[in-house]
Design a protein around this ligand. Structure first.
Ligand code: HEM
Length: 506
C-alpha cells in the first residue's frame, strides 16, 4: 500500500465507524419491557411466556412489549392495533415463523408448510394445501368428519345415563377424523402407535432447551433432547415410510373418480426423490415433494387439525354447561329449526343463527391457538419502536380477544354479542377477533376445522340433553386451562347424556 492509499483507508474506516455509531444512537428504542440480566436477559421470566402470563405483562407495559431471552429478542403483541401493524401493515416482514432446534429437527429442517420461511416453496405448498389437501372439493375429508361424528353419537348413546368424559371423547374424534383423512382406512391398525409418536412430538416441541437461547450452552441437556429427538424422528420415519410404501404399491390413480384418495395419495402425485420448486401457475409442474416434505406436511395436518378442533368442541360444551341460559337457548333453536324427528344436517346450519354465535363466542374466549408465532425477516419498527431482525413475535390472541376497549364484559360467555349488526367475523379483517389468524400465514384449514367443530357440537347438543355428574352445579365447573400448543381445559369435561330425539340415533 503506498503513502497516499494508507490515509484514505484510515479515513474510510473512521467514516464507517462514525456512521454505524450515529445510526446506532439514533435507532428507535426497543418496546417497553422489564429490565433483564446480563447474558440471560429476562430468561428467569420464561414461565410467563404463556397467554395468561403475557396478558398480565401487557397490563403493565402495554400492547407491545419486549423481552430479551438469552441472545434473542422476543416481542409480545397484545392489542388489536398492534396485531394489525404486524399481521396486515407489515405482513411481508413478519411472515416467517421462529423455529426452535427441536422444531427444525422434527420437521426435517422445516420441510413442512407451517415452519418453512415465507418464499416460493411456502407459496407452492400453500397452494397444494388450499387447492388439494384441505379443499372443500376433497369430499373424502368432509365424509370422514360426518362418519366419525356418527360414530361418536353412537358411542355416546350407548352410555345414556352414565358420566361421559367429553374431553377424551372429542380428542378421540378429531384424531380419528384427521387420521382417516390423512392415511385412509388401510392403516387404521397403527393408530395407537401413531398417537404415541404424536404425544412425544408434543412434549419435545414444548421442552425447554437452553441452546435455543444461548447456543454455546447446548451441551447442558437436562431433558435428554439429544437422544429423544433422533429417537422420535426415527419412530415417525418407520411409521410413515411404511404407509408411503403401502400407498406406492397400491398405486392408486389420482383422478380416478371411484377411488377414495387420502392425503398421502394426493401428495404422492407430486412425489419425487428430489424436491423441486418452480414459480409457475401449473401446480403439477411447479412442485415436487420429497418423502421428508410428505412426512412433515402430515405432521402439520396432525398438529394443526386435531387439538385445535377438539379444544374448540370441548370448550363450547363446557361454556354451555357453565351457562345454562345459553344451553337452553341453543337447544331450543335446534328444536325450532330442525325438530326432534330427525338428526341435524349441514343444510340446517345457515338457519342456526344463535348456534353460530355460540361457536364464535367459544373461539373468542378460548382461541385454540392462544399465541401465534411470527418472526421478523428484517429490522423494522412497530408503533415507533425498533424490532430487531430475527425477533420472535408472539401475537397473544387470548389477550386481544378479551381487550376491554373492544369487548363489553370480555370475560363473560355471551354468544348474543355476535347477534349485533356489524359484529366481527373470523375472516381475519377484525383484529380484535382472530381465532384463525390473519394475513399470509393465517389458517389454511379454517373451513375443515369449522366444519368439524360445528358438526360435532351441533350433534352433541341436538341428540342429547346434558347434565353435570353427581349433582354438580354449573358454577362449580372447573373452567381453568393449560398452556401448550393449544389451551385445552385443565380438567376434562364430564357430563351425563340422555337422548332427546324422537327418532333412533343409529
Ligand atoms: C378450529 C380449528 C382451527 C383453528 C382455530 C386454527 C387456527 C390456526 C391459527 C391461529 C393459525 C396460525 C395463524 C397465524 O400465524 O397468523 C393456524 C395455522 C395453520 N393451521 Fe389451523 N386452525 C384450525 C384448524 C386447522 C385444520 C383442521 C388444519 C388442517 C387440516 C389446520 C392447519 C393449519 C396449518 C398447516 C397452519 C400453518 C399455516 C402456515 O404457516 O402457512 N388448521 N391455524
Amino acid at each position: 500500500m503506498n503513502s497516499i492509499q494508507f490515509p484514505i483507508a484510515i479515513y474510510a474506516l473512521i467514516a464507517l465507524i462514525t456512521f454505524l455509531f450515529i445510526s446506532w444512537i439514533r435507532r428507535k428504542p426497543l418496546p417497553p419491557g422489564p429490565m433483564g440480566w446480563p447474558i440471560i436477559g429476562n430468561m428467569l421470566m420464561m414461565d410467563q411466556l404463556t397467554h395468561r402470563g403475557l396478558a398480565g405483562l401487557a397490563k403493565k407495559y402495554g400492547g407491545i412489549l419486549h423481552l430479551k431471552m438469552g441472545f434473542g429478542h422476543t416481542i409480545a403483541i397484545s392489542s388489536p392495533e398492534m396485531a394489525k401493524e404486524v399481521l396486515q401493515v407489515k405482513d411481508n416482514i413478519f411472515a416467517n415463523r421462529p423455529a426452535t432446534i427441536a422444531i427444525r429437527y422434527l420437521t426435517y429442517d422445516c420441510a413442512d408448510m407451517a415452519f418453512t420461511d415465507y418464499g416460493p416453496f411456502w407459496r407452492q405448498m400453500r397452494k397444494l394445501c388450499v387447492m388439494k389437501l384441505f379443499s372443500r372439493r376433497r369430499a373424502e375429508s368432509w365424509d370422514s368428519v360426518r362418519d366419525e361424528v356418527d360414530t361418536m353419537v353412537k358411542a355416546t348413546a350407548i352410555n345414556t345415563g352414565l358420566p361421559v368424559n367429553l374431553g377424551e371423547l372429542v380428542f378421540g374424534l378429531t384424531h380419528d377424523i384427521i387420521y382417516r383423512a390423512a392415511f385412509g382406512s388401510i392403516s387404521h391398525e397403527g393408530k395407537e402407535e401413531f398417537i404415541r409418536i404424536l404425544q412425544e412430538y408434543t412434549k419435545l416441541f414444548g421442552a425447554f432447551n437452553l441452546a435455543d437461547f444461548i447456543p454455546w450452552l447446548g451441551f447442558i441437556d437436562p431433558a435428554g433432547l439429544n437422544t429423544r429427538l433422533p429417537a422420535a424422528r426415527a419412530a415417525l420415519d418407520r411409521f410413515i415410510d411404511k404407509i408411503i410404501d403401502e400407498h406406492l404399491t397400491k398405486g392408486k390413480k389420482i383422478g380416478d373418480e371411484d377411488a377414495e384418495n387420502d392425503m398421502v395419495d394426493e401428495m404422492l402425485a407430486f412425489y419425487s426423490e428430489e424436491g423441486k420448486i418452480n414459480e409457475v401457475d401449473d401446480l403439477q409442474n411447479a412442485i415436487k415433494l420429497t418423502r421428508d416434505n410428505i412426512k412433515a406436511i402430515i405432521m402439520d395436518v396432525m398438529f394443526g387439525g386435531t387439538e385445535t378442533v377438539a379444544s374448540a368442541i370441548e370448550w363450547a360444551m363446557a361454556e354451555l354447561m357453565h351457562t345454562p341460559e345459553a344451553l337452553k337457548r341453543v337447544q331450543q333453536e335446534l328444536t325450532d329449526v330442525v325438530g326432534l324427528e330427525r338428526r341435524v344436517e349441514e343444510s340446517d346450519f345457515e338457519r342456526l343463527t344463535y348456534f353460530k354465535c355460540v361457536i364464535k363466542e367459544t373461539l373468542r374466549m378460548h382461541p385454540p391457538i392462544p399465541v401465534t408465532l411470527h418472526k421478523s425477516s428484517e429490522a423494522t419498527t412497530v408503533d415507533g419502536y425498533y424490532i430487531p431482525k430475527g425477533s420472535r413475535v408472539m401475537v397473544n390472541q387470548y389477550a386481544i380477544n378479551r381487550d376491554k376497549d373492544y369487548w363489553e364484559d370480555p370475560d363473560t360467555f355471551n354468544p348474543s354479542r355476535f347477534l349485533k349488526d356489524g359484529s366481527p367475523d373470523f375472516k381475519g379483517n377484525n383484529f380484535e377477533f382472530l381465532p384463525f389468524g390473519s394475513g399470509r400465514r393465517s389458517c389454511p384449514g379454517m373451513q375443515l376445522g369449522l366444519y368439524a367443530t360445528e358438526m360435532a357440537v351441533a350433534h352433541l347438543l341436538h341428540s342429547f340433553t346434558w347434565e353435570l355428574p353427581d349433582g354438580m352445579k354449573p358454577s362449580e365447573l372447573d373452567m381453568g386451562d393449560v398452556f401448550g400448543l393449544t389451551a385445552p381445559k385443565a380438567v376434562r369435561l364430564v357430563a351425563v347424556p340422555t337422548p332427546r330425539l324422537l327418532c333412533p340415533l343409529y
